[in-house]
Design a protein around this ligand. Sequence first.
Ligand code: EPZ
Length: 419
Amino acid sequence: MEKLEVIGAKRLKGNISISGSKNSSLPILAGTLLSNKKVRILNLPKVKDIETMLLLLRSLGSKIKFNKKNKSVDIHNSKNIKTYVSYNLVKTMRAGILVLGPLLARFGKAKVSLPGGCAIGSRPVDIHLKALSKLGVKYKIIQGYIHAKAPKGLIGNVIKFPKISVGATENLIIAASFAKGKTILRNCAIEPEIKDLINFLRKMGCNIKWTGQRTITIMGVQVLQNLKYKIMFDRIEAVTYMIASALTGGNLKIKNVKPKIISTEINILKRIGTKIKIKGNEINIVGKRKIKNIKLKTAPYPGFPTDLQAQLMVLLCKAEGRSEISEKIFENRFMHAPELNRMGAKIKIFGNKAIIEGNINFKAAELMATDLRASVSLILAALTAKGKSIINRIYHLDRGYEQIEKKLSNVGANIRRIS
Ligand code: EPZ
């Protein structure tokens, strides 16, 4: 089992270039199933979840070729695509559920394993299934698998999501792109990754329009074309490194980003007390000594993302005074708190609220990662703790951060992978 060894405390200085977005790549890779033409994808991040999604596509019969020179991937879902997705491909990468929509849209049937829960919550897919049945899908759950079929193909309809769901919005956008007639989706998630998915599908020949703040109107099509598409930057990775700079009193230049997409996070970091300069697709962030405490809740985009809650919590441990974070998206996303407390943090959890005492100095410790974003928060704390910290179960980390120890060592961190 691999571990990470981090020797703090180090101020980070230099440039970090941001990889492609994991959470944009996953729905786009699922969306390639709609087409029998060749698709070239650029800027896929080299992370475990993407590897697993490519394995899943291969298990369906997709032809996948890696082009070393421009680091792109060619995907050809030409013919005899299977419509069965096994549990062992979905249990670690829950986004496997995103192939349900395209398989039903193109082949009228699918047998896909229920993803099951994970450390941060039960992760149900009821919203996906109820919305798909509005397009004419009939489904049964048998021994942990979704057996779904659309005997007459998918028929357009009006669907209002009962609650904002990124995955359900993505599944339905892809499915409705091939349904007969018009579909109107209401109360959609509007994360930048969803906009990236829509841009990809439009370039493939789909007819999708934003017709309201959270409303999307889709006219089903039948013919698609070849395309080449570059995945957007990973905004969660970008802000994770911005927080690392703020935390270590560092001076980092974050490259290959679109600052306006992360304006909420930039404003919060400015409010907390960092110096941020924006120049084109680069953000320069300098950590200051004084960090202000704040009260904040996570929310769907354009609110503060739940995927940055753990990282921000580490920064708030260094603030002057008490802070508060309410986690409004997932029911169990404070698993990093007990590990941070073992490093000297003073965090108390009351239901979905965390009270964070400030002015603490992290002490190095042996730590256990529990989920993707919690594991990166432990690295952030270890970067500021004097001495050697060891972080176990870093397979969580490898799901979503490309070459993290290389990117951090290049800006002065003393971090290495040990087995
Ligand atoms: C996506 O998960 C992201 N994953 C998550 O990132 C992210 O935290 C989440 O959106 C919220 O932004 C990917 O994009 C691959 P949801 P998703 O459906 O789609 C409930 C990371 O760290 N819900 O928006 O699964 C659900 O339980 C990961 O990169 C239902 O009740 O999130 C949650 O409480 C973690 N029924 C809330 O809605 C459903 O059918 C939001 O979930 C679906 C969701």
